[in-house]
Ligand binder design. Structure first.
Ligand code: HEC
Ligand code: HEC
Length: 292
């Protein structure tokens, strides 16, 4: 915390405690038993009596408590408190206790094969919970993906469908590299011809003459990653262009955008955060969704 904030908090917290003490003191010295305020409503008078002792005692007890609390717990800006307690450490201790409690279960489920994970109710449930916590922000609660985030329930696996490969995707993350191609294709018309060719690969409506112009360029520039038939290369994360599954949309406009500007989808690495057993469980859950 910066010095400015520390000063702000110290002045705010201690200042208000001091102000309350002053209020209490001022009230006690001024008031004298039996004097009235001079107000009279139909014979009912308002007295200016001092606060009752029990009330003052309670007030002082709460102020003492507040001071002791501030000394013991972190509460005064960057002063950590002499008790050595922090919410982060308490949370960490809780997490560690739970990890210890569940470690044998994770180890047991971590030893199951892919098929066994699919059949095991508890494994699927735990995998699902882990999935919801760590993956659903991007891939969606139902794992159906969104623009730029792959659907994990379909049969298209950009980086490979094999169980160990899916685990590797989760463990190490993936960085897709589709570079921009406008310059190499000879400008805007080259891009639009190539988009027609890509459309033709998946059997979508297209302009056959334009596609034919781009065919040789596809063989020159694109097959290194997408393969001679456009069926993709899992090792490079280059998607199959011959089916109707599109990460960035299958309209001519989106395909042109992809070719013109390139794309670089990034799947973050979860190896350090989750560890092997949890990755195993999540991979089991995710692969169970695509009915293979
Ligand atoms: C260096 C390898 C490489 C080359 C060469 C390459 N691509 Fe790609 N392409 C990729 C990768 C990787 C992706 C996935 C991008 C992502 O996931 O963000 C991709 C994605 C695409 C997509 C989007 C697919 C979707 O599902 O939305 C299209 C369309 C595409 N490429 C067309 C082409 C065309 C046309 C060429 C040749 C002009 C080409 N690519 C050359 C690697 C390559
Ligand atoms: C920050 C967003 C984000 C989070 C969180 C995330 N992913 Fe991804 N994931 C992506 C993106 C983006 C891609 C596509 C990368 C590319 O363009 O190739 C991807 C790709 C994948 C793939 C490859 C799909 C294929 O077709 O080969 C799998 C499997 C996957 N994610 C699983 C997971 C799992 C399991 C989790 C949770 C542990 C997770 N992802 C969390 C963004 C995310």
């Amino acid at each position: 915390m910066s010095t400015g904030w520390t000063i702000f908090i110290v002045v705010g917290a201690l200042g208000s405690l001091a102000a309350m003490l002053w209020l209490l003191y001022a009230n006690r010295t001024k008031a004298v038993e039996g004097e009235t305020m001079g107000h009279d409503f139909d014979g009912i008078e308002e007295y200016d009596n001092p606060l009752p002792m029990w009330w003052v005692g309670l007030f002082i007890a709460t102020i003492t408590f507040a001071v002791a609390y501030l000394v013991y717990y972190p509460g005064l800006g960057s002063f950590a408190g002499i008790g050595g307690w922090t919410s982060t450490e308490e949370w960490q201790a809780d997490v560690e206790a739970k990890e210890r409690q569940f470690a044998p279960l994770y180890a047991q489920l971590g030893a199951l094969s892919e098929a066994q994970l699919h059949d095991n109710r508890q494994a699927r449930q735990m995998g699902r919970r882990l999935y919801i916590n760590h993956c659903s922000t991007c891939h969606g609660v139902a794992a159906r993906g969104a623009f730029g985030f792959p659907d994990l329930t379909d049969d298209e696996w950009q980086w490979g469908a094999d169980f160990e490969t899916v685990k590797m995707t989760i463990r190490q993350g993936r960085n897709a590299m589709m570079t921009p191609w406008e310059a190499a294709l000879g400008g805007s018309s080259g891009v639009s011809n190539m988009a027609q060719y890509v459309s033709s690969l998946s059997g979508a409506p297209h302009d056959a003459a334009a596609a034919a112009k781009a065919a040789p360029q596809f063989q020159m520039f694109c097959i290194a990653c997408h393969g001679p038939e456009g069926k993709g290369t899992a090792l490079l994360g280059a998607p199959n262009l011959t089916n109707d599954v599109w990460l960035y949309g299958g309209s001519i406009e989106q395909i042109e955008f992809t070719i013109r500007h390139g794309r670089s989808g990034q799947m973050p690495a979860f190896g350090d955060l989750l560890g092997e057993d949890k990755i195993h469980l999540i991979a089991g859950y995710v692969t169970s969704l695509s009915n293979r």
